[in-house]
Design a protein around this ligand. Structure first.
Ligand code: GLU
Length: 448
């Protein structure tokens, strides 16, 4: 068996969003599991809308997800290959010039619809005589080129959808070449997949109809037809498709908002499959869970709130070694960083929230003293040394004995005095980090 080669082929016309992460990851994880290779190909034939900035962002965003392509190509550098394919299809009579303007085509479509007919291109251009074509050329009109479909049913065994078919008799002959001579997506994609030896085309189900057409082009150009897998698309909770307009779900805004890449990976891959959506910390583990055959046929409903849940799961289980650099960057002192992490991580939704708890540890905190007498007595009972994980228990026992306060009435005033907050990580862990000096000052009502 040949080594599988898959590709992710975005157009650099916007920032990648979580919906694009799905095909990127499904391809990458498939290659990883099968010992195959992953090609990143920029579908940048649309020169007006493609930008270098977006192209660069695609590399960065994939790297953030954990994807390192094995191969890279861009269509704008391969126009000569599309020219060759165009000639080959023309020579077979499969590509024919058309001169209709968009307005003419529109009028025709409306007429067909008015008569209850499907709005399919009627192939009028196939009947143009040599003289008529010459007359158009003399007027300065340049043709666009359509691929002459075989009116047959194209079938394939889809790795997600099983037996699949497209009846090409119900489709318009697709335009492959624009008036300015540049190729539209449909042809370059086939030429690249064919020449580069792509074995599996894993992409969204919005491309099912394209597959019918492209299989015919693969065959016409003499390429082996790859295996196809069309996955369901991520949609928002209210049923909307994810488009590049949904800026807050772009991978860069998710990164800037402090989400873990593994949270985005987990959600982008597991939503809409038979696996429960949950935090999966490594791409290897995720690769083992991905089975194209177990992707649902229904759209994958994506709930941003789930991203928070999954992110928190990852943070709660995150080993110190992984958090270390980021904690130091947040200003956490190196000598206590590990203990600090084990004390606070269960209270975090995102790693960056640790900075707020570090402020509670290192100060300044404005203590909230509800009952000065109580705080004073508690202060007088504060143990001396050692000041460690056992201190909280022995101290609160003593305060309970002396004041008779228990439960919430005992713990809440102490928490408010020590942290200025009514919630937070376990005080047994926090108190030694706060330290005796600061605890004394806070119990005395001083900002420290
Ligand atoms: N550039 C196409 C897209 O982003 C690629 C589709 C394909 O995978 O063939 O939809």
């Amino acid at each position: 068996m040949t080594t599988p080669l898959v590709r992710f082929a975005p157009s650099p016309t916007g920032y990648l969003h979580i919906g694009n992460a799905r095909p990127a990851l499904l391809n990458y994880l498939f290659a990883r599991r099968q010992g195959g290779r992953f090609l990143l190909r920029l579908d940048d034939t649309d020169r007006e809308r493609s930008t270098e900035e977006f192209a660069g962002a695609i590399h960065e965003d994939l790297a953030w997800l954990g994807i390192t392509p094995d191969l890279f190509a861009r269509q704008s550098e391969r126009t000569a290959r599309y020219e060759v394919a165009k000639e080959a299809l023309s020579a077979q009579g499969r590509l024919y010039p058309c001169y209709e303007t968009p307005e003419e085509l529109d009028r025709r479509r409306k007429r067909q619809l008015g008569r209850g007919l499907p709005p399919i291109y009627d192939r009028a251009a196939l009947n143009l005589t040599v003289e008529e074509k010459a007359a158009f050329a003399a007027q300065g009109r340049r043709p666009h080129w359509r691929f002459k479909l075989d009116h047959k049913v194209v079938t394939w065994n889809d790795l997600v959808r099983g037996d699949s078919h497209v009846d090409c008799a119900s489709l318009s002959d697709p335009v492959l070449i624009r008036e300015d001579g540049t190729a539209l997506y449909t042809l370059p994609s086939v030429v690249d997949d064919g020449e580069m030896g792509v074995t599996h085309v894993i992409r969204g189900e919005d491309h099912v109809t394209n597959t019918g057409v492209q299989v015919q082009i693969f065959e016409a150009l003499g390429f082996p037809v790859p295996i196809f897998a069309h996955h369901n698309l991520l949609i928002t909770a209210d049923g909307e498709g994810l488009s590049k307009r949904l800026g807050h779900l772009s991978l860069r805004s998710l990164r800037e908002a402090g989400y873990e890449p593994a949270a985005v990976d987990s959600l982008a891959v597991l939503t809409g499959t038979s696996e429960a959506v949950r935090a999966v910390a490594s791409l290897d583990e995720l690769a083992d869970l991905v089975d194209l055959g177990r992707i649902s046929r229904a759209p994958a409903r994506f709930d941003p709130a789930e991203l928070d849940v999954v992110n928190a799961q990852l943070v709660h289980a995150m080993p110190f070694t992984e958090a270390r650099e980021r904690l130091l960057a947040l200003g956490v002192a190196e000598e206590t960083a590990e203990v600090f992490w084990t004390v606070v991580r269960a209270n975090l939704g995102k790693v960056a929230e640790a900075s707020e708890w570090w402020r509670i540890v290192a100060g300044p905190v404005s203590p909230v003293i509800q009952d000065a007498g109580f705080a004073e007595r508690a202060l007088s009972l504060l143990p001396d040394r050692p000041f460690d994980a056992a201190t909280w228990k022995s101290w609160t026992e003593a305060v309970k004995q002396q004041t008779g306060a228990k439960g919430r009435a005992l713990f809440m005033p102490l928490r408010l005095a020590l942290t200025g907050l009514d919630h937070g990580p376990d005080l047994a862990g926090l108190l030694p980090l706060i330290g005796r000096e600061r605890a004394i000052r806070r119990l005395a009502g001083e900002s420290a």
